[in-house]
Write a protein that binds this ligand. Structure first.
Ligand SMILES: [Zn+2]
Length: 97
């Protein structure tokens, strides 16, 4: 025979990501993606970060700089700024077929 007892499990709160806001214009990056993704197959991703530190076989440490930037700010602000400062920004086609 199994004997059961009642056990109270207290509620807990969990921190989950609700939105990613652009650090420049403060727009919701995920909402912008959904707006552009009418077909269900469109996707864009902007990554600007630096991760540096010491990496050993058993682990490592360091720090990372990162910003969240929407595609509009990347295309309308960052790319022109880079070009104004002499940086060659390449636009390349890609496919995975
Ligand atoms: Zn933005």
């Amino acid at each position: 025979m199994k004997v059961y007892k009642e056990t109270s499990i207290p509620a807990r709160s969990v921190r989950t990501l609700a939105a990613t806001l652009c650090d420049i214009c403060n727009e919701d990056i995920d909402a912008l993606e959904r707006e552009l993704n009418e077909s269900g197959w469109f996707s864009s991703e902007v990554e600007v970060s630096l991760k540096e530190g010491y990496f050993y076989p058993e682990g490592g440490y360091g720090h990372e700089y990162s910003v969240d930037i929407c595609r509009n700010c990347f295309l309308e602000l960052i790319v022109p700024w880079l070009r104004e400062h002499g940086v060659k920004v390449e636009k390349k086609d890609w496919d995975t077929y």
